[in-house]
Design a binder for this molecule. Structure first.
Ligand SMILES: Cc1cc2nc3c(=O)[nH]c(=O)nc-3n(C[C@H](O)[C@H](O)[C@H](O)COP(=O)(O)O)c2cc1C
Length: 364
C-alpha cells in the first residue's frame, strides 16, 4: 500500500515521494522580474519535496498583476531561473514551472504603455489590486480580447514553455486556476463572448485546452501538468455548472495524456462564502494520469487518500512555507512550525529573506 512517502512516477517525472511543494507566489523577484540567488536558496531549501511547482510565473508583461513576481519571457529571467533549477537539482530535487497569465487580475500600472489589462469580456473583477509601489486600487475594467489575439497568447505560452526548458526546469504546469485568464475564459460569469471562445462549456474550454496543447508541443505530454480550481470562488466569479464544466476539462486533458492534474479544493472560508465543494476524487474517472490533491492536507489525511486511491500525491502550500524540511518532519513525525501570513509577501523596504529563507530546518 502506498503512502505520502512512497515514490511515484508521473509521466516521465520520477518523484522520490508524493509530497509536492504547491505553487506559492512570494513577490521576491528582482528588477525586471528576474529570479536571483535568494530565490535559488529558498527553493533549494525545499528540495526534499517529491517535486517543486514554482510560484506562478508570468508568460508576458501583460500576464503580470502583482509586484515582483518572476517572468519567463526575457533572456535575463531565463538566466535567473537557471540559478534556481541548478540549485534545486544540486540539492537532489525536481522543479516544474507554473506558467501564468493573470488576465483581468491586473492594473494599467503593470501593462505596457499603461494599457488596460485583457480578459474574455470587459467585466472588472471585484476587489483591489496591489500596485508596484505597494498601494492598492480597484481592478480596472479590462479590455475584451479580439478573437485573433488569442492565438498570440497561445504562442506566448509556447515560448514560455520553451524558455522553461532552456532554464533547466523538469517540466511545466499550466496555471488554469484561481481566477486568472484561463479560468476567466472557462467560467460563464466572466466569459460573455459570442465568438468560438464563448458560450458552451466546450467553447469556453478551448483556450485552456489550446494552451495545454502548446505546452505539450514543447515538452511532450509526460512532463506537463495542469492546475484547476473547480471550487473556491467569490461572489463575482462563479459558474452555472462547475462539476460539468470541470469534468469536461479533465476528460479533454486526459486525451492529451498529461503527466498530472492538480486540483485545488475549497477551503473553509470559500465554502462559508458559498463556493461549491468539489473533492479531488470527483475527477478520478475523468483523468487517468496522476491526480494531485491540494488545500489543507495533513500527513494523515494525505496517507488516507493515497491508500484509498482517491488521489496519488498531495501539494502542500502554507506548511511548506514555514517548514523547509517538511518531508523530513513527516518522516520523523516531528511538530510542524506555524506560518506567519504577514510575511507571505514582503512589505516595501523589508528584508526579503524574512519569512522566506529564515524558517529553520530541524537539526540533523
Ligand atoms: C502566499 C501564497 C501564495 C500562493 N501563490 C500561488 C501561486 O502562485 N499559484 C497557485 O496556483 N496557487 C497559489 N497559492 C495557493 C496555494 O498553492 C495552495 O493552493 C493553498 O495555499 C492551499 O494549500 P495549503 O492548504 O496546503 O496551503 C498561494 C497561496 C499562498 C498562501
Amino acid at each position: 500500500m502506498f503512502n505520502l512517502l512512497s515514490p511515484i512516477r508521473m509521466g516521465s517525472l520520477e518523484l522520490k515521494n508524493r509530497a509536492i511543494l504547491a505553487p506559492l507566489t512570494r513577490c521576491r523577484a528582482g528588477a525586471g522580474c528576474v529570479p536571483h540567488a535568494l530565490n535559488a536558496e529558498y527553493y533549494a531549501q525545499r528540495a526534499g519535496a517529491g517535486m517543486i511547482i514554482s510560484e506562478a510565473t508570468q508568460i508576458s508583461q501583460e500576464g503580470q498583476g502583482y509586484p515582483n513576481t518572476p517572468g519567463i519571457y526575457s533572456p535575463e529571467q531565463v538566466a535567473g531561473w537557471k540559478l534556481v533549477t541548478d540549485a534545486v537539482h544540486r540539492a537532489g530535487g525536481k522543479i516544474v514551472c507554473q506558467l501564468w497569465h493573470v488576465g483581468r487580475i491586473s492594473h494599467n500600472a503593470y501593462q505596457v504603455g499603461g494599457a488596460a489589462p485583457v480578459a474574455p469580456s470587459a467585466i472588472a473583477a471585484k476587489g483591489m489590486c496591489r500596485l508596484p509601489d505597494g498601494t492598492r486600487e480597484p481592478y480596472p475594467v479590462p479590455r475584451e480580447l479580439e478573437t485573433d489575439e488569442i492565438e498570440r497568447i497561445i504562442r506566448e505560452y509556447e515560448t514560455a514553455a520553451a524558455n522553461a526548458k532552456k532554464a533547466g526546469f523538469d517540466g511545466v504546469q499550466l496555471h488554469a486556476a484561481n481566477g486568472y485568464l484561463l479560468e476567466q475564459f472557462l467560467r460563464d460569469s466572466s466569459n460573455k463572448r459570442t465568438d468560438q471562445y464563448g458560450g458552451s462549456i466546450e467553447n469556453r474550454a478551448v483556450f485552456l485546452l489550446e494552451a495545454a496543447e502548446a505546452l505539450v508541443s514543447v515538452w511532450g505530454p509526460d512532463r506537463v501538468g495542469v492546475r484547476l480550481s473547480p471550487s473556491g470562488w467569490s461572489s463575482d466569479f462563479t459558474d452555472s455548472s462547475p462539476l460539468e464544466t470541470y469534468t469536461y476539462v479533465a476528460e479533454e486533458l486526459d486525451k492529451l495524456e498529461l503527466a498530472f492534474l492538480e486540483i485545488r479544493e475549497a477551503d473553509a472560508e470559500s465554502i462559508a462564502a458559498g463556493s461549491p465543494n468539489i473533492p479531488v476524487s470527483a475527477f478520478r474517472d475523468a483523468f487517468s494520469g496522476a491526480l494531485v490533491a491540494n488545500t489543507g492536507y495533513s500527513r494523515e489525511k494525505a496517507d488516507e487518500g493515497i491508500a484509498s486511491e482517491q488521489f496519488d500525491a498531495v501539494a502542500f502550500g502554507k506548511p511548506f512555507i514555514s517548514n523547509p524540511d517538511l518531508v523530513e518532519r513527516f518522516r520523523r513525525g516531528s511538530e510542524l512550525a506555524p506560518w506567519d501570513a504577514k510575511t507571505f509577501y514582503p512589505s516595501p523596504g523589508a528584508d526579503l529573506s524574512h519569512g522566506y529563507t529564515d524558517y529553520p530546518a530541524l537539526a540533523r
